[in-house]
Design a protein around this ligand. Structure first.
Ligand code: 1HN
Length: 348
């Protein structure tokens, strides 16, 4: 059945205008747009942001926008298929690149949106979350879960840049985004305490077997661990399967954040990997190596620290440009939200 539905211009104009004035709308002229057949309508375009292009603009922002005037000195990656003001890389994912200069601090606050940081360059940056000072080294993933106080600082001597990923479009879509400014946090948690407790996924502090499940037991995932785990996994993964690790809550084995999913992919030397097509939108960030992504037939060449966006339902093939070295990618997707809403799908 594919009936041709009535159009608004087929209705008596006075009736249609009268409905509109009463804040009423007939559904049938808009039904196909709301429920397209077979595949969602997508504004999101396959897009690539080259770090070589963004970095100079970010350094310029360092000169133009003092931290007191910016609080967070960020350039936002805006999908070309959407208006710039929407600040969306995909319909659900916000991505920004943030610069903090030596000696600067970004003030303490909390908000309803959750955020993660993935460190791109520079040493000496840190984030304080829940009273714990989390060092930020290249490739580390740092979680700032919804509603937790967080502030940033920089003890080093060179610019520090990281990628911020937030579920802001989801939270804004619910008109639920707000923040609270706070006084600076005291560092109250012992150095690297949660890492010491939770970094080894297979073993947990015994008391947690009977104790409450923590929502966010682990806040920092050091890249050194993730990279080593990927190399080890590659050693036991058949060539036809992807080398792909999910960042999880070590107490539940499930996604580490409620709305967005985070994972790391290794492309073996020479590997070209057609990913399973999924209903989730995604962002990829090149951590190491170079190569290309074919996204719904669009060819995008990536170098280290480049970031690319993929629409929902996209066909994605990732190719390592080197036949000698592995390439590593950090991935963000909205699969956790889609799973919770009950419609996450994987195709062929
Ligand atoms: C935020 O809190 C940070 O804490 C960065 O570094 C980017 C974008 C929108 C809303 C809140 C941060 C953000 C943000």
């Amino acid at each position: 059945m594919n009936a041709v539905l009535g159009r608004a211009d087929e209705l008596p104009q006075d009736y249609y205008e009268g409905l509109r004035q009463r804040h009423l709308m007939p559904l049938w002229p808009s039904l196909r747009a709301a429920l397209p057949h077979g595949k969602p309508a997508r504004r999101t375009q396959p897009a690539l942001w080259r770090y070589a292009d963004v970095r100079p603009e970010l350094m310029r922002a360092g000169e133009l926008a003092p931290i007191e005037k910016a609080e967070r000195r960020v350039l936002v990656l805006c999908n070309p298929g959407m208006s710039l003001e929407e600040l969306k890389a995909t319909p659900s994912i916000y991505i920004g690149l943030q610069l903090i200069l030596p000696g600067e601090t970004a003030p303490n606050h909390l908000h309803t949106a959750m955020a993660v940081r993935f460190v791109i360059e520079g040493r000496g940056g840190y984030t304080i979350v829940r009273g714990e000072k989390l060092p930020m080294e290249k490739g580390d993933l740092i979680l700032t879960p919804p509603g937790l106080w967080h502030q940033h600082g920089h003890d080093g001597s060179e610019p520090v840049v990281w990628l911020d990923a937030l579920d802001l479009p989801i939270v804004q879509g619910m008109e639920a985004s707000y923040s609270i400014e706070g006084v600076p946090q005291e560092v109250s948690v012992q150095n690297q305490e949660t890492l010491a407790r939770f970094r080894r996924g297979g073993v947990l502090p015994y008391a947690h077997l009977d104790g409450p499940r923590e929502d966010f037991p682990m806040l920092r995932f050091p890249w050194a661990d993730v990279r080593a785990a990927l190399l080890e996994l590659a050693g036991v993964t058949p060539a036809q399967e992807p080398v792909h690790l999910a960042y999880v809550n070590p107490m539940t084995g499930r996604e580490c954040m409620p709305t967005l999913g985070f994972s790391a992919l290794m492309l073996r030397p020479g590997e070209s990997r057609r990913l399973r097509r999924r209903s989730a939108s995604a962002v990829f960030h090149a951590v190491e190596g170079q190569g290309s992504a074919a996204v719904d037939g669009n060819f995008l060449h990536f170098e280290v620290a480049d970031t690319l966006a993929c629409p929902t339902h996209a066909q994605v093939t990732l190719t390592n440009g080197s036949s000698k070295e592995p390439a590593f990618l950090f991935m963000v997707d909205d699969a956790p939200t889609q799973r919770k809403l009950g419609f996450f799908q994987q195709f062929d």
